[in-house]
Design a protein around this ligand. Structure first.
Ligand code: ADP
Length: 601
């Protein structure tokens, strides 16, 4: 039993104590009554005993002194008295008095101390047997030692019996109480176990009554049922939790759940990845203390701002801000978290990787600025040339006029190409179907190369065309592939240094079911980090440097044409300052190409 438990006086305890007190009082009363009665009887018997002694002494004294002189009689009485006192320790003194009550003789028991006082004195008359005359009296004093001894022994015995009876009685009551409460204690232990969550706990009791056994059985049954419910409940909860976790983990955005004290209580794998964390690094720590690789507290300021909002403001608007972590731009949204009962329990930070979108936005604005620039330049040139020809045309000779018109024509071709690019971009980016016919790729390469001859001359460039024989006819859209190859070629011309050679190759890879065309220049090349991006829409390496003009659409259109509309693929190999090789492959047999391949991202 727990020693710290306070003793509480239940009705049962009170009854037991009351019973004990009453029984103690009754036993005490009986004992006192018995002692009193015994004492009284003892006193009475002692009185009778004294009476007998004094009577016998009176009769003996009369008999012994009836025929002798007075002196002799006194002597006889003295010696008889002394012999009696010697043999009876109970007698303190013996007195003889005459008929007038005058003391004739008194003898004290010398064996007793002087301080011994008689407890009772008994007197008997001495009567002459012949004439019944009064001859005096004998008084005997008794010490009462025997009665004292007897009453002491009696009291001790009664006290002893009383204590024994009381102890046995108390013991029996306690044992009885223990036996009654034992079953209750077993039940109590069982209930405690159940309330502490130990469902399925069984109670057992030996030598218990039938009713109690039934109660125990009912308890065990209830405990077993609770255990079953609990197991089902745990399974259900685990299932729900697993479901929630699976949902949380499969959310494509990062999710960080924080409690009211800014401690991270949950975060999904995407959040770990976006925040560049390892394992459970951030779990159970304060989100405000999170620092990125550059040591910046990315969230602290915004979380402080969020926490200053009232609950109503928090639930109405989320705090949205961007953070830069490890070269990525993360759009972060802080929103409050409430329970079913609308209690505020913390907040959730959703992290969305918007690096690409942000880059795209930048590229779009760059594209618009490039396009407006690209359009304005030829228009300005055209205006000034046409204006000059219109106003002063007569003053120029034929050759100059021809040169002017040639420039106007070139500018118009450039304009036309740009406008076509923009139109193609919207057309090809859509899912519009493209017509394909059986065409000769070898002939297309020749036609393209033929078309750029003028440009090659202008830039003092050589061209080397290497074509394999027996190139099979394949299905493609002639105009689109023509424009794609022209794009590669005009880029090569744009970036190649003067007097260098541009190499065009056409070859078949039958094992791969494809024909491949490559255009190699000896120009500036592209750094590896940009190579993946050059096919993205609006992407231009020179966006930062603005050295060569363009819209950033050309290569994207090539990729769309080849991969989206012809199930082929594009590639680039380049080394800065050593040149680039751009290429594309087209499937020979379109039916052999898995339609899921080459999906544009
Ligand atoms: P643009 O029309 O602006 O030239 P493209 O899509 O044709 O756009 O090209 C995208 C980027 O790829 C260009 O800005 C350029 O930096 C790079 N590029 C394309 N071709 C070459 C090449 N042959 N050599 C070096 N860089 C090239």
């Amino acid at each position: 039993m727990n020693s710290n438990k306070k003793i509480s006086f239940t009705t049962q305890n009170r009854l037991i104590i009351f019973g004990l007190v009453i029984s103690t009082l009754m036993i005490m009363a009986i004992a006192i009554f018995a002692t009193f009665n015994i004492q009284k009887n003892l006193d009475d018997s002692y009185q009778d005993f004294g009476q007998v002694i004094s009577k016998v002494l009176a009769i003996e004294s009369v008999e012994m002194t009836k025929d002798v002189s007075q002196d002799q009689a006194l002597k006889i009485l003295k010696s008889h008295t002394n012999s009696i006192l010697k043999s009876h320790q109970e007698i303190v003194f013996i007195e003889f008095r005459d008929s007038n009550g005058e003391l004739i003789y008194k003898a004290n028991n010398k064996k007793l101390s002087h301080s011994t006082k008689p407890s009772i004195s008994v007197s008997s008359p001495m009567t002459n047997a012949i004439d019944d005359s009064n001859m005096g009296s004998v008084v005997v004093g008794l010490s009462g030692a025997i009665t004292d001894k007897v009453s002491k022994t009696t009291r001790a015995s009664i006290l002893f019996v009383f204590v024994i009876v009381w102890l046995v009685f108390a013991f029996v009551i306690l044992i009885n109480t223990y036996l009654i409460t034992r079953e209750l204690r077993i039940l109590h232990d069982g209930v405690s176990k159940i309330s502490s969550g130990e469902f399925g706990y069984k109670i057992e009791g030996k030598d218990v009554s039938e009713e109690v056994q039934e109660l125990f059985n009912a308890f065990n049954d209830m405990s077993a049922r609770l255990n079953t419910y609990d197991e089902q409940n745990v399974e259900q909860l685990t299932l729900e939790r697993n479901k929630l976790e699976a949902v949380l983990m499969s959310i494509v955005n990062g999710v960080v759940v924080c409690d009211n004290n800014d401690n991270v209580v949950l975060l999904n794998n995407h959040a770990k990845e976006l925040l560049e964390l390892e394992g459970d690094q951030l779990l159970n720590t304060n989100i405000q203390q999170y620092v990125d690789t550059e040591g910046d507290y990315c969230f602290s300021e915004k979380i402080d701002e969020y926490k200053k909002l009232s609950l109503e403001e928090k639930s109405k608007k989320s705090i949205i801000f961007n953070v830069n972590i490890g070269g990525r731009i993360l759009k972060s949204i802080i929103s409050p978290m409430f329970t079913k009962n609308h209690d505020y329990v913390g907040y959730i930070i959703v992290l969305i990787d918007v690096t690409r979108e942000t880059e795209m936005d930048q590229m779009k604005s760059q594209f618009i600025s490039n396009v407006s620039h690209e359009l304005r330049t030829p228009v300005t040139v055209l205006r000034s040339y046409i204006d000059t020809l219109y106003n002063y045309g007569n003053e120029f000779d034929f050759d100059t006029q021809k040169e002017f018109i040639g420039t106007i024509n070139n500018e118009i071709i450039r304009l036309n190409r740009m406008v076509n690019d923009i139109l193609d971009f919207s057309r090809l980016d859509s899912n519009a179907k493209v017509d394909k016919n059986e065409n000769d790729l070898s002939q297309l390469v020749d036609a393209c190369v033929g078309q750029i001859q003028v440009l090659l001359k202008e830039h003092n460039l050589n061209i080397d065309v290497q074509k394999e024989n027996d190139i099979p006819l394949i299905k493609f859209n002639y105009d689109l592939i023509f424009r794609a190859l022209t794009n590669y070629l005009s880029n090569a011309i744009k970036y190649a240094p003067q007097n260098s050679t541009i190499t065009v190759k056409l070859y078949k890879e039958l094992d791969k079911n494809q024909l491949t065309v490559t255009v190699r220049d000896e120009g500036i090349g592209i750094a590896p980090e940009f190579q993946k991006k050059v096919f993205d829409r609006f992407y231009r390496v020179e966006n930062d440097t603005h050295t060569v003009k363009g819209t950033g659409l050309g290569l994207h259109l090539v990729k769309t044409t080849i991969e989206k509309h012809h199930k082929g693929n594009v590639f680039v190999n380049s080394q800065p300052n050593h040149g680039s090789t751009f290429g594309f492959s087209l499937p020979i047999d379109l039916t052999l190409v898995d339609s899921n391949d080459n999906e544009l991202v």
